[in-house]
Design a protein around this ligand. Structure first.
Ligand code: GLA
Length: 377
């Protein structure tokens, strides 16, 4: 059903919105306690909710489907269906002792699906805000983010880190956020007004649950176990230095070594990138983005040909300060920092050259860093 019809029918409803995100730098570092630098973007999920007559009814405008569940017996695991995301949040909040009454929820939004821009986190966070309001409960943002991450990890079955849910909660207009994924402390970093965030969608779909993402996580965990045996103070990869890794090289398979090297060097790049942004040094920031892309391509091996092509083309275009793949990888999008005055030309030229190289029509979004989840009037 169209959300408008939902809002016009029956008892009064409340509406909440939560954004998608782009990650400027710091990839696959979140689940080993490291640093990330995402920004919320101006694509969002809107969740409209009203109290139900006892049951649960969820409607998705994107999937043109309505599903029903019992409110007294929320299933304890997903069933590989889009409704796993909102139901996972209902389950996760109930695990925190929040009594979820029956409800009717209508989801709509414009975050491109499966493009690595965190449509799933935006659905989870919009749903969490809606359910908490319905239950008359409040929670600190970090706890909401953690509850949504648990929904995705334990209910949907994708072992993501905390980055996407956190930025969907805590994004700030015209700012990126440098998040310490261990302490959940963060620093807001202004995006210089002379650049636009330009996102290029390779149109190659990525798939998280059960895919390459979970394999990468296992490889990282294996490396961490070996490093921990070497130096017990290494509880997470965040604690390891390159010298530790080099000392352990003989004890781990080549692929595991490379995954760890990516993460250890990436954490350092995020810290350097934050300092560069704070002193307005776009050239240094761009160079770090390019290094980060290479590391994802060669060491973490989570890029793909189409993403590499997009990054290569971007680096030859006027006004482009830096380009890299963004998000979990294996498809999805690149993020580019492009000077304001060149952004539109950049969009046209990259589309044209990407089509010539691959035959695909890339979607290109000129974005603005946006605020986090909120209640709508
Ligand atoms: C996905 C996950 C995040 C993070 C990124 C990679 O977006 O949901 O937790 O791990 O991949 O940086």
């Amino acid at each position: 059903m169209a959300q408008e019809d939902f809002e016009n029918a029956g008892a009064e409803c409340m509406r909440f919105a939560a954004p998608g995100r782009v990650n400027l730098i710091g990839e696959h570092t979140d689940y080993s306690g490291g640093f990330v630098m995402p920004a919320a973007i101006d694509f969002r999920t809107v969740a409209a909710i009203r109290g139900g007559s006892g049951g649960i009814r969820i409607d998705s405008e994107n999937f043109h489907e309505t599903v029903e569940y019992s409110a007294t017996e929320i299933p304890s695991a997903g069933r590989q269906h889009w409704s796993d995301y909102p139901m996972g949040v209902a389950w996760s909040l109930s695990q925190e002792g929040i009594r979820i009454p029956g409800f009717e929820l209508s989801l709509s939004g414009d975050v491109p699906l499966g493009a690595g821009l965190s449509s799933s986190a935006s659905i989870e966070v919009a749903t969490a805000f809606a359910l908490l309001a319905l239950a008359g409960r409040e929670m600190p943002l970090a706890r909401i983010a953690l509850a949504c991450q648990r929904a995705e990890n334990d209910y949907v079955g994708a072992r993501c880190g905390i980055m996407d849910q956190f930025i969907a909660c805590a994004g700030r207009v015209d700012h990126a956020l440098m998040l310490d994924c261990r302490s959940l402390e963060y620093r807001l970093l202004p995006i210089p007004p002379e650049v636009r965030i330009v996102i290029c969608n390779s149109m190659v779909k990525h798939e998280h649950a059960g895919g390459g993402y979970n394999t990468r996580r296992r490889e990282v965990e294996e490396g961490t176990r070996i490093l921990h045996r070497f130096r017990p103070a290494i509880a997470e990869l965040r604690d390891a230095r390159e010298t530790d890794l080099n000392a352990c090289a003989g004890q781990m398979p080549e692929n595991v070594f490379r995954r760890c090297r990516h993460i250890i060097t990436e954490n350092k790049r995020v810290e350097d990138a934050a300092a560069a942004l704070e002193r307005g040094d776009l050239a240094a920031f761009g160079a770090l983005m390019v290094d980060a892309h290479r590391s994802m391509r060669d060491d973490f091996q989570a890029s793909c040909e189409e993403l590499d092509i997009l990054v290569e083309i971007a680096s030859t275009l006027p006004g482009c300060c830096g380009a890299r793949m963004t998000g979990g990888g294996f498809g999805g999008c690149t993020v580019n920092l492009v000077r304001q005055e060149s952004a539109e030309e950049f969009r046209d030229r990259i589309r044209e050259r990407y089509r010539m190289a691959t035959g695909f029509d890339a979607e290109v979004y000129l974005c603005r860093a946006s605020g986090g989840a909120c209640r709508l009037a």
